[in-house]
Design a protein around this ligand. Structure first.
Ligand SMILES: Nc1ncnc2c1ncn2[C@@H]1O[C@H](COP(=O)(O)OP(=O)(O)OP(=O)(O)O)[C@@H](O)[C@H]1O
Ligand SMILES: [Mg+2]
Length: 263
């Protein structure tokens, strides 16, 4: 009899200890999740700010080499103000996302989004032999977090540009609607994506940009992963069609009547 009571007591003690260990693991897990969110936010901020600062540095260096060119100096200062404002908006937006805050979607003019992104590129694409064609109806609007969709477009345009270097080509950006979506397509006539890479390009840290493909430094491989995250958070989809040596087309579908509680 005594032995049964002792056994029960020991089992109870054992259970209490396991429950304590479980609680400790749960709180450790929460801390790790918070750290992972912070890591991912930091990574996104660094990546997007780099997208804005790298071309700005080159542009500013050109102005420094031409101290008598007042017009160039004015253009560089205008770009600096614009890109710094954008960087600050991106930081606020990513930090708010990391804090779990919901963003208010705004009915936004697609043409304005596109113009904002091109205005942040410092180098005129025609200098790289790239012709830009945009077909966006003036009155096309979409419910979105503008700074985030601008991030997506910026990453797609930079990728398209890099895919067409050094020979140049055509960068086309079109927007239209179908029954349920606003559909934006960014296409290029660049090197294309080998079939065996297609399944990997949206994976974080997948990049082929080492050495020749990006002389200014290797790629981090997170641009498209962030694009997918942002588009998913809008309840939309991003997809790609590509053929080696022919070019690539990235299609974003954003719902015309989005669910209210995201991103
Ligand atoms: N338009 C494109 N044409 C050809 N390949 C592309 C294109 N867009 C993306 N890729 C391929 O997908 C890979 C991943 O793109 P992603 O934008 O995520 O990273 P990245 O451009 O390599 O680096 P970064 O993080 O600086 O953007 C690229 O390295 C490239 O191989
Ligand atoms: Mg990229």
């Amino acid at each position: 009899m005594t032995s049964i009571i002792e056994k029960r007591l020991s089992l109870h003690q054992c259970l209490a200890q396991r429950e304590q260990e479980n609680d400790a693991l749960r709180s450790q897990n929460l801390q790790l999740q918070a750290l992972a969110t912070l890591g991912s936010a930091t990574c996104m901020i660094a990546h997007e700010i780099n997208n804005l600062l790298t071309p700005l540095t080159t542009y500013a260096a050109l102005a420094v080499q031409n101290p008598d060119d007042a017009e160039l100096a004015k253009k560089v200062l205008d770009k600096t103000v614009r890109n710094c404002q954008r960087a600050s908006k991106i930081m606020q937006s990513v930090l708010a996302m990391a804090n779990g805050q919901k963003h208010q979607r705004e009915e936004t003019c697609v043409k304005t989004l596109v113009e904002q992104v091109f205005a942040c590129l410092c180098r005129d694409l025609s200098k790289d032999g790239i012709t830009v064609q945009t077909h966006v109806p003036d009155d096309l609007r979409v419910a979105c977090v503008p700074v985030q969709i601008e991030q997506v477009l910026m990453n797609l345009i930079l990728n398209a540009r890099e895919a067409m270097l050094p020979g140049g080509g055509v960068l086309k950006l079109t927007a239209a609607t179908d029954a349920a979506h606003v559909v934006i397509v960014v296409s290029d006539t660049g090197r294309g994506i080998p079939t065996e890479h297609l399944a990997s390009i949206f994976r974080p840290f997948f990049t082929t940009k080492v050495g020749k493909e990006r002389p200014a430094g290797s790629g981090t491989g997170i641009g498209l992963a962030f694009c997918r995250r942002i588009v998913d958070a809008h309840g939309g989809e991003i997809s790609v069609a590509s053929q080696v040596s022919q070019g690539s087309a990235f299609t974003i579908r954003l719902p015309r009547n989005p669910p209210h509680d995201r991103p």
